[in-house]
Design a protein around this ligand. Structure first.
Ligand code: NDP
Length: 243
């Protein structure tokens, strides 16, 4: 028996990076896992690597298609809103296209998916746990990250309102706020040593986070071991946000 045996888990953005590792970990821990992402090839290789999970190919920026896909998956007891997009946007040149794209995926889709999942659980009178992927970027200004930082600030406050409104119905909601992780997304902002060096200097532990550091924090927040933790933004940042 795994810790999550009997639980149905949905991981968004499971095709790559943190979400992919998390989906595999949740299978190992006994959950029935639904791995949702938009690029079919990534989901095919995930399914080949971990045949026990179920893949769901949908573009989260499509509100209606997302709802239709989710209706077939409920009930979901463990939801990880992990999918996100990033772009480099200095403030003076940030574009409306970048704004709309990032807010659509990083914030609006989080609301959409969570409404369906939480609404269904409440109707069934079942308990659940939701973890939203935020970032240190939600709490600290990062140069050239205008739109991304703004989306993660929005994620932080949406997490708190969700926690406020859903906890009385038996659904806890928390977020994790990692520092840089060298996934495909991490490489967008931090491959250049001229940028990564000064960032590393601001992290007391002197390193970026590994995917497994973030996965372990999410597992804690999903599990009953964090049963009294609600509305919390858990840094996984080697101390960056403490300074
Ligand atoms: P990756 O870019 O490695 O993976 C993101 C995943 O999200 C991909 O599987 C991608 O899909 C999926 N995705 C993106 N857009 C959509 C969409 N429209 N519909 C469905 N799926 C989509 O990111 P990370 O693993 O690095 O990041 C995961 C989370 O952690 C994000 O919320 C990110 O903001 C956060 N984070 C990341 C940090 C970092 O440095 N990497 C630091 C702090 C927070 P597909 O593969 O199908 O194309």
């Amino acid at each position: 028996m795994g810790k999550f045996t009997g639980k149905r888990a949905l991981v968004t953005g499971a095709g790559a990076g943190i979400g992919r590792a998390l989906a595999i970990k949740l299978v190992e821990m006994g959950a029935d896992v639904f791995a949702l992402s938009k690029t079919a090839a990534n989901l095919e290789s995930l399914k080949a690597e971990c045949p026990a999970l179920t893949t769901v190919c949908v573009d989260l920026s499509d509100w209606t298609a997302t709802r239709e896909a989710l209706k077939k998956l409920t009930p979901i007891h463990l939801l990880i809103n992990n999918a996100a997009a990033a772009s480099l946007d200095p403030f003076l040149t940030a574009t409306p296209e970048s704004f709309d794209k990032l807010f659509n995926i990083n914030v609006k889709a989080m609301m959409n998916v969570s409404q369906v999942v939480a609404g269904d659980l409440i109707a069934r009178e079942q308990r659940g746990s939701i973890v939203n992927l935020s970032s240190q970027a939600g709490q600290r200004a990062l140069r050239d990250h205008t739109v991304y930082c703004a989306t993660k600030g929005a994620v932080d406050m949406m997490t708190k309102v969700m926690a406020l409104e859903l906890a009385p119905k038996g659904i806890r909601v928390n977020a994790v706020s990692p520092t840089v992780v060298m996934t495909d997304m991490g490489r967008i902002g931090w491959s250049d040593p001229a940028k990564s060096g000064p960032m590393l200097d601001r992290i007391p532990q002197g390193r970026f986070a590994e995917v497994k550091d973030v996965v372990n924090a999410i597992i804690y927040l999903l599990s009953d071991e964090s049963d009294m933790v609600n509305g919390h933004l858990l840094p996984v940042d080697g101390g960056f946000l403490a300074c």
